[in-house]
Write a protein that binds this ligand. Structure first.
Ligand code: NAD
Length: 385
Protein backbone atom coordinates (compact mmCIF):
# COMPACT_ATOMS: atom_id res chain seq x y z
CA UNK A 1 0.00 0.00 0.00
CA UNK A 2 1.37 3.38 -0.99
CA UNK A 3 1.51 5.82 1.87
CA UNK A 4 1.04 9.43 0.74
CA UNK A 5 3.01 12.21 2.38
CA UNK A 6 0.85 15.26 2.97
CA UNK A 7 1.81 18.85 3.71
CA UNK A 8 -0.63 21.35 5.21
CA UNK A 9 -0.27 25.10 4.68
CA UNK A 10 -2.33 27.01 7.25
CA UNK A 11 -2.61 25.36 10.65
CA UNK A 12 -5.45 27.30 12.24
CA UNK A 13 -8.90 26.02 13.22
CA UNK A 14 -9.66 23.92 10.17
CA UNK A 15 -6.06 22.91 9.39
CA UNK A 16 -5.90 21.26 12.82
CA UNK A 17 -9.23 19.48 12.26
CA UNK A 18 -7.92 18.08 8.96
CA UNK A 19 -4.66 17.02 10.62
CA UNK A 20 -6.47 15.10 13.37
CA UNK A 21 -8.86 13.43 10.90
CA UNK A 22 -6.26 12.53 8.29
CA UNK A 23 -3.93 11.05 10.91
CA UNK A 24 -6.55 8.31 11.34
CA UNK A 25 -6.02 7.12 7.73
CA UNK A 26 -3.67 4.17 7.09
CA UNK A 27 -2.36 5.38 3.74
CA UNK A 28 -1.68 8.96 4.79
CA UNK A 29 0.91 10.70 6.90
CA UNK A 30 1.09 14.42 7.44
CA UNK A 31 4.81 15.06 7.31
CA UNK A 32 5.00 18.86 6.99
CA UNK A 33 3.08 21.89 8.20
CA UNK A 34 3.61 25.55 7.30
CA UNK A 35 2.12 28.49 9.15
CA UNK A 36 3.23 32.07 9.67
CA UNK A 37 2.35 31.58 13.32
CA UNK A 38 4.84 29.19 14.98
CA UNK A 39 2.60 28.98 18.08
CA UNK A 40 0.06 27.06 15.93
CA UNK A 41 2.40 24.04 16.25
CA UNK A 42 2.16 23.76 20.04
CA UNK A 43 1.79 20.11 21.03
CA UNK A 44 2.52 18.72 17.53
CA UNK A 45 5.52 16.39 17.26
CA UNK A 46 7.27 14.40 14.51
CA UNK A 47 6.16 16.80 11.77
CA UNK A 48 8.47 19.20 9.93
CA UNK A 49 7.44 22.76 10.63
CA UNK A 50 8.02 25.64 8.21
CA UNK A 51 7.40 29.29 9.02
CA UNK A 52 7.54 29.98 5.27
CA UNK A 53 5.41 27.79 2.98
CA UNK A 54 7.73 28.64 0.05
CA UNK A 55 10.42 26.53 1.72
CA UNK A 56 8.03 23.69 2.45
CA UNK A 57 6.92 23.25 -1.15
CA UNK A 58 10.52 22.51 -2.15
CA UNK A 59 10.54 19.32 -0.02
CA UNK A 60 10.83 16.34 -2.31
CA UNK A 61 9.00 13.89 -0.09
CA UNK A 62 5.61 15.65 -0.14
CA UNK A 63 3.00 14.22 -2.55
CA UNK A 64 0.07 16.51 -1.88
CA UNK A 65 -0.39 19.87 -0.19
CA UNK A 66 -3.61 21.00 1.46
CA UNK A 67 -4.07 24.77 1.34
CA UNK A 68 -5.96 25.81 4.45
CA UNK A 69 -5.11 29.48 4.76
CA UNK A 70 -7.49 32.42 4.49
CA UNK A 71 -9.18 32.69 1.06
CA UNK A 72 -7.24 35.63 -0.42
CA UNK A 73 -4.01 33.60 -0.24
CA UNK A 74 -5.28 30.50 -2.09
CA UNK A 75 -4.40 31.65 -5.60
CA UNK A 76 -0.74 32.49 -4.97
CA UNK A 77 -0.09 29.46 -2.76
CA UNK A 78 -1.96 26.98 -5.00
CA UNK A 79 -0.18 28.19 -8.13
CA UNK A 80 3.24 27.95 -6.46
CA UNK A 81 2.53 24.45 -5.11
CA UNK A 82 1.40 23.18 -8.51
CA UNK A 83 4.42 24.73 -10.23
CA UNK A 84 6.58 22.91 -7.66
CA UNK A 85 4.98 19.67 -8.92
CA UNK A 86 2.72 19.08 -5.92
CA UNK A 87 -0.84 17.82 -6.12
CA UNK A 88 -3.19 20.11 -4.21
CA UNK A 89 -6.41 20.03 -2.22
CA UNK A 90 -7.59 23.63 -1.92
CA UNK A 91 -9.98 24.78 0.78
CA UNK A 92 -13.14 26.54 -0.27
CA UNK A 93 -13.56 29.13 -1.57
CA UNK A 94 -11.26 28.33 -4.49
CA UNK A 95 -10.23 32.01 -4.51
CA UNK A 96 -11.89 35.35 -3.80
CA UNK A 97 -12.72 36.19 -7.42
CA UNK A 98 -13.66 34.37 -10.60
CA UNK A 99 -10.55 35.63 -12.39
CA UNK A 100 -8.26 34.35 -9.61
CA UNK A 101 -9.99 30.97 -9.71
CA UNK A 102 -9.61 30.78 -13.49
CA UNK A 103 -5.91 31.46 -13.04
CA UNK A 104 -5.64 28.47 -10.64
CA UNK A 105 -7.37 26.25 -13.21
CA UNK A 106 -4.98 27.51 -15.90
CA UNK A 107 -1.99 26.54 -13.74
CA UNK A 108 -3.47 23.10 -13.11
CA UNK A 109 -3.87 22.62 -16.86
CA UNK A 110 -0.30 23.74 -17.52
CA UNK A 111 1.29 21.62 -14.79
CA UNK A 112 -0.88 18.49 -15.15
CA UNK A 113 -1.03 17.89 -11.37
CA UNK A 114 -4.18 16.66 -9.63
CA UNK A 115 -6.07 19.53 -7.99
CA UNK A 116 -9.39 19.51 -6.16
CA UNK A 117 -11.48 21.74 -3.91
CA UNK A 118 -12.50 20.62 -0.43
CA UNK A 119 -16.30 20.67 -0.87
CA UNK A 120 -16.96 18.34 2.02
CA UNK A 121 -20.76 18.38 1.61
CA UNK A 122 -20.33 16.25 -1.52
CA UNK A 123 -19.04 13.46 0.75
CA UNK A 124 -21.90 13.51 3.24
CA UNK A 125 -23.76 10.15 2.81
CA UNK A 126 -27.10 11.84 3.51
CA UNK A 127 -26.61 14.32 0.67
CA UNK A 128 -25.27 11.56 -1.57
CA UNK A 129 -28.47 9.58 -0.86
CA UNK A 130 -30.69 12.54 -1.73
CA UNK A 131 -28.66 13.15 -4.85
CA UNK A 132 -28.91 9.57 -6.10
CA UNK A 133 -32.70 9.48 -5.48
CA UNK A 134 -32.99 12.86 -7.23
CA UNK A 135 -31.08 11.48 -10.21
CA UNK A 136 -33.27 8.37 -10.19
CA UNK A 137 -36.32 10.64 -10.56
CA UNK A 138 -37.97 9.58 -7.28
CA UNK A 139 -38.82 13.16 -6.26
CA UNK A 140 -39.57 14.66 -9.69
CA UNK A 141 -37.84 17.79 -10.81
CA UNK A 142 -36.08 20.06 -8.27
CA UNK A 143 -37.68 23.52 -8.58
CA UNK A 144 -36.60 25.40 -5.48
CA UNK A 145 -33.82 25.38 -2.90
CA UNK A 146 -34.08 27.65 0.12
CA UNK A 147 -31.07 27.92 2.44
CA UNK A 148 -31.49 29.77 5.76
CA UNK A 149 -28.26 29.94 7.72
CA UNK A 150 -27.95 31.75 11.04
CA UNK A 151 -24.40 31.46 12.33
CA UNK A 152 -22.76 32.76 15.47
CA UNK A 153 -20.18 35.54 15.30
CA UNK A 154 -18.99 35.30 18.89
CA UNK A 155 -15.70 33.84 17.69
CA UNK A 156 -15.39 36.31 14.84
CA UNK A 157 -14.23 39.63 16.32
CA UNK A 158 -14.23 42.63 13.93
CA UNK A 159 -10.49 42.27 13.29
CA UNK A 160 -10.90 38.67 12.04
CA UNK A 161 -10.04 38.13 8.33
CA UNK A 162 -13.62 36.87 7.83
CA UNK A 163 -14.99 40.44 7.86
CA UNK A 164 -12.39 41.91 5.50
CA UNK A 165 -13.60 41.70 1.90
CA UNK A 166 -10.10 41.77 0.50
CA UNK A 167 -9.22 38.70 2.63
CA UNK A 168 -12.40 36.59 2.62
CA UNK A 169 -14.42 37.95 -0.30
CA UNK A 170 -17.42 38.39 2.03
CA UNK A 171 -19.90 35.87 3.43
CA UNK A 172 -21.27 34.55 0.12
CA UNK A 173 -17.79 33.86 -1.25
CA UNK A 174 -16.28 32.57 1.99
CA UNK A 175 -19.23 30.51 3.23
CA UNK A 176 -22.25 30.29 0.90
CA UNK A 177 -20.19 28.60 -1.84
CA UNK A 178 -20.71 25.32 0.07
CA UNK A 179 -24.49 25.60 -0.38
CA UNK A 180 -24.36 27.00 -3.91
CA UNK A 181 -22.26 23.96 -4.76
CA UNK A 182 -24.81 21.71 -3.07
CA UNK A 183 -27.45 22.97 -5.54
CA UNK A 184 -25.09 22.15 -8.42
CA UNK A 185 -24.35 18.73 -6.90
CA UNK A 186 -28.05 17.86 -6.67
CA UNK A 187 -29.28 19.40 -9.89
CA UNK A 188 -26.59 20.73 -12.25
CA UNK A 189 -27.71 23.55 -14.54
CA UNK A 190 -26.31 26.79 -15.89
CA UNK A 191 -27.25 29.95 -14.01
CA UNK A 192 -29.24 32.59 -15.90
CA UNK A 193 -29.81 35.39 -13.38
CA UNK A 194 -28.15 36.21 -10.05
CA UNK A 195 -28.93 39.02 -7.64
CA UNK A 196 -28.39 39.87 -4.00
CA UNK A 197 -29.28 41.94 -0.95
CA UNK A 198 -27.23 42.67 2.12
CA UNK A 199 -27.07 44.51 5.41
CA UNK A 200 -24.03 46.05 7.08
CA UNK A 201 -23.86 46.22 10.86
CA UNK A 202 -21.23 48.93 10.52
CA UNK A 203 -18.76 50.14 7.89
CA UNK A 204 -16.76 46.90 8.11
CA UNK A 205 -19.14 44.09 9.06
CA UNK A 206 -21.46 42.95 6.26
CA UNK A 207 -23.32 40.55 8.54
CA UNK A 208 -26.44 39.55 6.57
CA UNK A 209 -26.45 38.77 2.89
CA UNK A 210 -28.59 36.81 0.47
CA UNK A 211 -28.30 35.55 -3.09
CA UNK A 212 -31.09 34.63 -5.50
CA UNK A 213 -30.19 32.41 -8.42
CA UNK A 214 -32.31 31.36 -11.39
CA UNK A 215 -31.04 28.37 -13.37
CA UNK A 216 -31.77 27.27 -16.94
CA UNK A 217 -33.58 24.23 -15.50
CA UNK A 218 -36.14 26.58 -13.92
CA UNK A 219 -34.76 26.00 -10.43
CA UNK A 220 -34.73 29.11 -8.22
CA UNK A 221 -32.34 29.02 -5.26
CA UNK A 222 -32.15 31.48 -2.37
CA UNK A 223 -29.20 31.57 0.00
CA UNK A 224 -29.59 33.66 3.15
CA UNK A 225 -26.60 33.85 5.50
CA UNK A 226 -26.32 35.80 8.70
CA UNK A 227 -23.31 35.82 11.02
CA UNK A 228 -24.75 37.80 13.86
CA UNK A 229 -26.40 35.74 16.60
CA UNK A 230 -25.30 33.95 19.77
CA UNK A 231 -24.30 30.30 19.25
CA UNK A 232 -27.56 29.16 20.94
CA UNK A 233 -29.47 30.25 17.84
CA UNK A 234 -27.08 28.81 15.29
CA UNK A 235 -29.25 26.97 12.76
CA UNK A 236 -29.02 25.93 9.14
CA UNK A 237 -32.17 24.81 7.33
CA UNK A 238 -32.20 23.70 3.73
CA UNK A 239 -35.54 23.16 2.04
CA UNK A 240 -35.65 21.26 -1.24
CA UNK A 241 -38.96 21.54 -3.13
CA UNK A 242 -39.39 19.03 -5.94
CA UNK A 243 -42.43 18.47 -8.17
CA UNK A 244 -43.67 15.59 -6.01
CA UNK A 245 -41.57 15.84 -2.84
CA UNK A 246 -40.55 18.21 -0.08
CA UNK A 247 -37.31 17.59 1.79
CA UNK A 248 -36.20 19.53 4.85
CA UNK A 249 -32.57 19.21 5.90
CA UNK A 250 -31.21 20.42 9.23
CA UNK A 251 -27.70 21.53 10.13
CA UNK A 252 -24.82 22.55 7.95
CA UNK A 253 -23.48 19.02 8.25
CA UNK A 254 -26.95 17.52 7.76
CA UNK A 255 -27.46 14.30 9.71
CA UNK A 256 -31.16 13.86 9.05
CA UNK A 257 -33.93 15.09 6.77
CA UNK A 258 -37.72 14.92 6.73
CA UNK A 259 -39.36 13.92 3.48
CA UNK A 260 -42.90 13.92 2.09
CA UNK A 261 -43.19 12.31 -1.33
CA UNK A 262 -45.77 10.92 -3.74
CA UNK A 263 -44.68 7.51 -5.02
CA UNK A 264 -45.63 4.76 -7.41
CA UNK A 265 -44.58 1.13 -6.99
CA UNK A 266 -41.26 1.61 -8.73
CA UNK A 267 -40.16 4.81 -6.97
CA UNK A 268 -41.38 3.42 -3.63
CA UNK A 269 -39.05 0.45 -4.15
CA UNK A 270 -36.08 2.77 -4.71
CA UNK A 271 -36.93 4.83 -1.63
CA UNK A 272 -37.56 1.92 0.71
CA UNK A 273 -34.41 0.07 -0.32
CA UNK A 274 -32.29 3.03 0.77
CA UNK A 275 -30.56 2.15 4.07
CA UNK A 276 -30.93 5.70 5.42
CA UNK A 277 -34.70 5.88 4.85
CA UNK A 278 -37.33 5.21 7.48
CA UNK A 279 -41.05 5.35 6.61
CA UNK A 280 -43.22 7.08 9.24
CA UNK A 281 -46.55 7.07 7.44
CA UNK A 282 -47.98 5.80 4.16
CA UNK A 283 -51.44 6.31 2.71
CA UNK A 284 -53.15 5.95 -0.64
CA UNK A 285 -53.59 9.22 -2.49
CA UNK A 286 -57.36 8.65 -2.69
CA UNK A 287 -57.61 8.71 1.10
CA UNK A 288 -54.95 11.39 1.74
CA UNK A 289 -56.22 14.81 2.78
CA UNK A 290 -55.60 17.62 0.35
CA UNK A 291 -55.90 20.77 2.45
CA UNK A 292 -55.39 23.18 -0.42
CA UNK A 293 -59.19 23.71 -0.40
CA UNK A 294 -61.03 24.10 2.93
CA UNK A 295 -64.05 21.88 3.70
CA UNK A 296 -67.25 23.16 2.08
CA UNK A 297 -65.53 24.49 -1.02
CA UNK A 298 -67.74 23.80 -4.04
CA UNK A 299 -66.63 20.99 -6.35
CA UNK A 300 -65.76 22.01 -9.88
CA UNK A 301 -65.68 19.91 -13.05
CA UNK A 302 -61.89 19.93 -12.70
CA UNK A 303 -62.06 18.26 -9.25
CA UNK A 304 -64.21 15.44 -10.57
CA UNK A 305 -61.58 14.76 -13.23
CA UNK A 306 -58.88 14.12 -10.59
CA UNK A 307 -57.14 10.80 -11.25
CA UNK A 308 -55.90 8.95 -8.17
CA UNK A 309 -53.02 7.36 -10.14
CA UNK A 310 -51.54 10.51 -11.64
CA UNK A 311 -50.65 13.96 -10.35
CA UNK A 312 -49.66 17.02 -12.33
CA UNK A 313 -46.92 19.29 -11.02
CA UNK A 314 -45.56 22.29 -12.92
CA UNK A 315 -47.46 20.90 -15.88
CA UNK A 316 -45.66 17.54 -15.73
CA UNK A 317 -47.70 14.36 -15.30
CA UNK A 318 -46.36 11.96 -12.64
CA UNK A 319 -47.64 8.46 -11.95
CA UNK A 320 -48.24 8.23 -8.20
CA UNK A 321 -50.69 6.43 -5.96
CA UNK A 322 -49.30 6.74 -2.46
CA UNK A 323 -48.15 9.54 -0.17
CA UNK A 324 -45.19 8.69 2.06
CA UNK A 325 -43.85 10.72 4.95
CA UNK A 326 -40.57 9.63 6.43
CA UNK A 327 -37.05 10.48 7.41
CA UNK A 328 -33.53 10.04 6.14
CA UNK A 329 -31.11 9.63 8.99
CA UNK A 330 -27.41 8.79 9.34
CA UNK A 331 -27.76 7.88 13.05
CA UNK A 332 -24.24 9.21 13.63
CA UNK A 333 -22.84 12.28 15.37
CA UNK A 334 -21.83 15.48 13.59
CA UNK A 335 -18.25 14.87 14.74
CA UNK A 336 -18.19 11.42 13.10
CA UNK A 337 -19.81 12.54 9.86
CA UNK A 338 -17.69 15.70 9.49
CA UNK A 339 -14.51 13.71 10.19
CA UNK A 340 -15.47 11.07 7.62
CA UNK A 341 -16.28 13.75 5.04
CA UNK A 342 -12.82 15.31 5.27
CA UNK A 343 -11.20 11.88 5.12
CA UNK A 344 -13.24 10.94 2.03
CA UNK A 345 -12.43 14.24 0.38
CA UNK A 346 -8.68 13.58 0.71
CA UNK A 347 -9.02 9.91 -0.32
CA UNK A 348 -10.86 10.97 -3.46
CA UNK A 349 -7.89 13.12 -4.55
CA UNK A 350 -5.44 10.34 -3.68
CA UNK A 351 -7.53 7.96 -5.82
CA UNK A 352 -7.16 10.32 -8.74
CA UNK A 353 -3.39 10.50 -8.20
CA UNK A 354 -3.21 6.68 -8.28
CA UNK A 355 -5.67 6.23 -11.14
CA UNK A 356 -5.98 8.99 -13.73
CA UNK A 357 -9.28 7.53 -15.01
CA UNK A 358 -10.96 8.28 -11.67
CA UNK A 359 -13.41 11.21 -11.82
CA UNK A 360 -12.88 13.69 -9.01
CA UNK A 361 -15.91 14.28 -6.83
CA UNK A 362 -15.09 17.98 -6.29
CA UNK A 363 -13.28 19.44 -9.27
CA UNK A 364 -11.81 22.92 -9.47
CA UNK A 365 -14.50 23.66 -12.06
CA UNK A 366 -17.17 23.08 -9.40
CA UNK A 367 -15.25 25.52 -7.19
CA UNK A 368 -15.27 28.05 -10.01
CA UNK A 369 -18.99 27.82 -10.78
CA UNK A 370 -20.10 28.32 -7.18
CA UNK A 371 -17.61 31.16 -6.75
CA UNK A 372 -18.85 32.85 -9.90
CA UNK A 373 -22.41 32.94 -8.53
CA UNK A 374 -21.26 34.07 -5.08
CA UNK A 375 -19.26 36.89 -6.65
CA UNK A 376 -22.13 38.04 -8.91
CA UNK A 377 -24.57 38.04 -5.97
CA UNK A 378 -22.11 39.93 -3.76
CA UNK A 379 -21.60 42.62 -6.41
CA UNK A 380 -25.38 42.87 -6.92
CA UNK A 381 -25.99 43.09 -3.15
CA UNK A 382 -23.42 45.87 -2.77
CA UNK A 383 -24.83 47.77 -5.78
CA UNK A 384 -28.35 47.44 -4.34
CA UNK A 385 -27.47 49.00 -0.99
N1 NAD B 1 -14.40 22.80 4.14
C1 NAD B 1 -14.80 23.19 5.34
O1 NAD B 1 -15.68 22.57 5.95
C2 NAD B 1 -14.13 24.37 6.02
C3 NAD B 1 -14.38 24.65 7.37
C4 NAD B 1 -13.71 25.73 7.96
C5 NAD B 1 -12.83 26.49 7.20
N2 NAD B 1 -12.63 26.21 5.89
C6 NAD B 1 -11.70 27.02 5.06
O2 NAD B 1 -10.37 26.81 5.51
C7 NAD B 1 -9.60 28.00 5.32
C8 NAD B 1 -8.98 28.41 6.67
O3 NAD B 1 -10.01 28.65 7.60
P1 NAD B 1 -9.74 28.58 9.19
O4 NAD B 1 -11.07 28.71 9.82
O5 NAD B 1 -8.90 27.41 9.54
O6 NAD B 1 -8.90 29.92 9.41
P2 NAD B 1 -7.89 30.24 10.59
O7 NAD B 1 -7.69 31.72 10.59
O8 NAD B 1 -8.30 29.57 11.84
O9 NAD B 1 -6.53 29.53 10.11
C9 NAD B 1 -5.78 29.99 9.04
C10 NAD B 1 -4.31 29.71 9.36
O10 NAD B 1 -3.53 30.08 8.22
C11 NAD B 1 -2.37 30.75 8.68
N3 NAD B 1 -1.89 31.59 7.59
C12 NAD B 1 -2.46 32.71 7.10
N4 NAD B 1 -1.73 33.19 6.07
C13 NAD B 1 -0.67 32.34 5.92
C14 NAD B 1 0.43 32.28 5.03
N5 NAD B 1 0.61 33.21 4.09
N6 NAD B 1 1.31 31.27 5.16
C15 NAD B 1 1.13 30.31 6.12
N7 NAD B 1 0.12 30.31 7.00
C16 NAD B 1 -0.78 31.32 6.89
C17 NAD B 1 -2.81 31.51 9.92
O11 NAD B 1 -1.69 31.81 10.77
C18 NAD B 1 -3.77 30.52 10.55
O12 NAD B 1 -3.10 29.66 11.46
C19 NAD B 1 -10.57 29.03 4.75
O13 NAD B 1 -10.47 29.04 3.35
C20 NAD B 1 -11.94 28.51 5.17
O14 NAD B 1 -12.99 28.91 4.32
C21 NAD B 1 -13.25 25.15 5.29
Amino acid sequence: MKVFNIGIIGFGGFGKFLFNAWNQLDNVQVTAIADINAAAMTGIEHVNFFADWKEMILSENIDLIAIVTEPSTHQVIANACMRAGKHVLIEKPLAISKSNAEDIIKTRNQTGVVAAIDFIMRFNPLLQTIRSLTQAGVFGKLRRVDVENYAQDEQLPPEHWFWHHDRSGGILIEHAVHFIDLVHFLSPSKHLTVNGLKHNRNALQEDQIMANVLYESGLIATHYHSFARPGFFETTDIKLSYDIADIQLHGWIPLSAEVKVLVNEQSKGKLFSNPHFECLHAELIESATDESRPAGWGLSDIDTLKDTHFVRSAGVLYEADEMITGRFSLRRSKQEVYTDCVKSSLLDVLNKISDSSHTLMASLESGLSSLEIAELATISARNNS
